[in-house]
Design a protein around this ligand. Structure first.
Ligand code: PMP
Length: 414
């Protein structure tokens, strides 16, 4: 078997791996091979330490206290907001709203902008490769408002049909909500062009950046998207924190989401006035520790550089694809011309779940199932796939282990 492991790496993967303590552990007496990064990435020491430092050094509630701990915690929390602004190229820090994750960001838009602006007969366009979190909130809204949900079809290669998209856009289209990188196929969608086309008919666009934020350079001003949502835990940050970006003008005119502390200016029993952006959308005590630690994750990515990360991951993807294609009976689901760092596949005569279990017995963690994309699985007439998704700390040797592991697995299942 050819191996790329002798080729000099784009960066020193061994040193990078040392920043991720979990990568040193054993699973079923084998060294862990973690290839489930699209579900959640592992966390570098900087992130883990930031959480520890907050709880041991300056745990306090934010924005309210005048004591030193509260001031330190507030400052650190707001520093992350500025780091996120830089990370996605937003024009202003007020456009960055902290959420629990992508799911909450999308729901926030559906429950606020959606309820204010979607009326009977209006149309919302999503695509056939959306995660359930970018389907169900719009379905709920459309049912409530008697609006129409339209779906851009997915081609056999796992791309969006842009011709079909153009035909779906009408003067009734009020919103397009699309994924930038598919978590099930790896497809990178041409969202910039799609956004321009939507704006042409007067529709707003939400970009689901759950999978793209970690791989692609994100510039929300260049994309000209109206909303962009992503999750901390997929960018080497903690779970329980995410980001919703929205254009300031749009956010200012949207109604409030949750009511409570922090989101108000003045409350009487008769009437309440609301806080300014972004606090208007951050009711209650937020996830302070994890938000502070998110900055360490972004610093980690910035220090290495997304260009280098992408190069390394593209190498892993190309090598894995080439090797997988040599396995008899294996079919890759999703052969888009532009893909991010994951590969989904099925193997004739086997169930994805059995493959996942037998790979786990060899210490190899992959994802199996429908990947929260049931309509997409239906489109390809499969129950699910096996998905290997790569991060900057994965190695070509690990791809070799996956391939060897699959050969063993197939033998056991036949
Ligand atoms: N969209 C996509 C494309 C995703 O991959 C995911 C997570 N698998 C989500 C949305 C939802 O993200 P979260 O569970 O972090 O809210």
């Amino acid at each position: 078997m050819t191996t790329f492991s002798t080729i000099s790496p784009i960066f020193d993967v061994d040193t990078i791996r040392q920043a991720f303590p979990i990568l040193g552990r054993m699973v079923k007496d084998k060294p862990l091979v973690y290839l489930d990064n699209a579900a959640t990435s592992q966390k570098p020491l900087g992130v883990i330490n930031a959480i520890h430092d907050y709880y041991t050094g300056y745990n306090a509630n934010i924005h309210r206290g005048i004591h030193s701990l509260a001031e330190e915690a507030t400052a650190a929390y707001e520093v992350t907001r500025h780091a996120v602004k830089q990370f996605i190229g937003a024009a202003a820090a007020e456009e960055i709203i902290f959420t629990r994750g992508t799911t909450e960001g999308i729901n926030l838009v559906a429950y606020t902008w959606g309820r204010q602006n979607i009326n009977a007969g209006d149309e919302i366009i999503i695509s056939g490769m959306e995660h359930h979190s970018n389907i169900v909130p719009w379905q709920i809204l459309c049912e409530e408002k008697n609006a129409v949900l339209k779906v851009i079809p997915v081609t056999e290669d796992g791309e969006l049909s842009l011709m079909a998209y153009q035909n779906l856009l009408t003067d009734k289209t009020k919103l397009v909500s699309i994924v930038q990188v598919s978590n099930a196929l790896g497809t990178v969608n041409p969202v910039k062009e799609m956004i321009a086309a939507a704006h042409h008919v007067g529709a707003l666009v939400l970009v689901d950046g759950a999978q793209s934020a970690v791989h692609l350079d994100i510039d929300v001003q260049d994309l000209d998207c109206d909303f962009f949502a992503f999750s901390g835990h997929k960018v080497y940050g903690p779970t329980g924190v995410g980001v919703l970006y929205g254009k300031k003008k749009i956010l200012e005119n949207m109604p409030v989401f949750q009511g409570g502390g922090e989101m108000i200016k003045e409350v009487t029993f008769e009437h309440t006035t609301y806080n300014e952006l972004p606090y208007k959308y951050e009711a209650g005590t937020p996830n302070i520790a994890d938000t502070i630690a998110l900055k360490s994750a972004l610093d980690f990515i910035n220090t290495i550089g997304k260009t280098k990360i992408r190069k390394h991951e593209a190498g892993l993807l190309a090598y894995a694809t080439e090797q997988l294609e040599t396995i008899p009976g294996l079919a890759i689901i999703g052969k888009a011309r532009e893909k991010a760092s994951l590969v989904s596949f099925v193997i004739k005569g086997t169930h994805p779940q059995d493959i996942g279990i037998l790979l786990d017995n060899q210490g190899i963690a992959v994802r199996t199932g429908h990947h929260c994309c049931q309509p997409l699985m239906k489109r390809f007439e499969i129950p699910g796939t096996v998905r290997a998704s790569f991060a900057l700390y994965n190695t070509f040797e690990e791809v070799d282990k996956l391939i060897t592991g699959l050969h063993k697995t197939i033998k056991m299942l036949s």
